[in-house]
Design a protein around this ligand. Structure first.
Ligand code: SF4
Length: 366
């Protein structure tokens, strides 16, 4: 439980740890003897903000001692409280992605506890061993697979490519990963959902006076997050100011490790092409995607650039839940003639040119 304090059973475990050691939330924030907990919590938070691969799966804490167990589990709790007290959805998405990626790595290596870990997130699981002493292959219920697989890219995750038998889906080894690692990847999606929901619930209950207690760590980590985001997005601010909200939100979500659906990804790549961005710049937008793979991304972007795909219009983006605006949010998007994000871009460029007398940044469609 100290290794996996985010498990659904973790809430009770954390309560017991706090009670047994007589620790209050105020102690967690300022008691001198809990500095190591805060320091480890800060490391977990910073790793999720800075590392594309998420939080480092290795810990330097000795989990065989009671003190080590307390430090590791409370560091997770402390980091979660800081994230909730920030009321910052981007930070939340980034931290959840870091913790979920770490869980994915740890679960994939934990042969001994894998069954119980998987059962904490899936409605059922079964192991099949083809021959004595051979590797185990895991099977998961089709209902779990169908719910979770659309959030993961790659042919392996399409139901048509998975062996099926009597309502069970075979998670055989693939892409250089064992069956356990593949199943852990599926479970990662549930962990992400579970952690996000519990943090949102906590945020809704948190009042301002409680959130104020975390003001220093919140300021530090949100500053770091905004610096990191700027660094990861090398676009010139004047170009960026012209982006339509649908493009901005697709880029922003991916950079925060949020999963963007197929239409959103295709739109991002084809819009980049229409805007005259390079393949390299376009690939860079995907570098923080939860299922990022450099080779697959560059192959797919190349296909889109070579095929000269045109970006979807507003109607298709709205149908696929990739238009983030509602009436009244953006005056340009409210215009009847605004039927395509490229029209948005051109209108913005034209307006800026008239206002500043500067140079219009043209796109390939002009
Ligand atoms: S209305 Fe069109 S241009 Fe505006 S955000 Fe939605 S899809 Fe993009």
């Amino acid at each position: 439980m100290a290794r996996y304090p985010f498990l659904p059973q973790g809430a009770t475990f954390l309560r017991v740890i706090l009670e047994k050691n007589g620790i209050t939330v105020e102690d967690l924030i300022e008691a001198h003897w809990l500095e190591e907990v805060r320091s480890r919590g800060r490391v977990r938070l910073l790793e999720s903000v800075m590392h594309k691969e998420g939080v480092d799966s290795a810990t330097t804490i000795d989990l065989s001692s009671d003190l080590g167990k307390m430090t590791e589990s409370l560091s997770f709790f402390y980091a979660m409280l800081v994230v909730c007290a920030s009321f910052n959805e981007r930070l939340l998405a980034r931290w959840v992605e870091g913790e979920a990626s770490r869980a994915d790595q740890l679960f994939g290596m934990d042969k001994e506890n894998f069954d119980i870990l998987a059962r904490s997130y899936l409605s059922d699981i079964k192991e099949v061993r083809e021959r004595a002493g051979g590797e185990v292959t895991y099977w998961v219920p089709i209902s779990d697979f169908i719910e979770l697989c659309p959030r993961i890219s790659g042919n392996y995750w399409r139901l048509i490519n998975r062996p099926l038998k009597e309502g069970w889906v075979c998670m055989n080894s693939g892409a250089g990963e064992s069956s356990r690692k593949r199943t852990a990847r599926l479970i990662k999606e549930r962990i992400r959902e579970d952690l996000t929901n519990s943090c949102v619930e906590r945020m809704n209950k948190m009042d301002d006076s409680f959130a104020q207690l975390f003001i220093d760590p919140v300021e530090r980590v949100t500053k770091l997050l905004s610096e990191q985001v700027k660094e990861e997005m090398p676009m010139n601010a004047s170009i960026r100011a012209d982006w339509p909200p649908c493009f901005e939100s697709a880029v922003g979500e991916l950079s925060q490790g949020v999963n963007v659906n197929h239409t959103g990804r295709l739109f991002l790549a084809s819009m980049s092409l229409a805007m005259g961005l390079s393949q390299e710049q376009t690939c860079g937008f995907f570098a923080n995607a939860p299922d990022y793979n450099a080779d697959t991304t560059s192959y797919q972007i190349n296909q889109i650039f070579e095929g000269k795909y045109t970006p979807h219009g507003c109607a298709a983006l709205k149908t696929s839940a990739r238009c983030p605006v509602s009436p009244g949010d953006d005056r340009l998007c409210d215009q009847e003639w605004l039927t395509h994000p490229l029209k948005y871009l051109k209108a913005k460029q034209r307006r800026r040119f008239q206002e500043t007398g500067g140079t219009v940044i043209t796109d390939k469609t002009e």
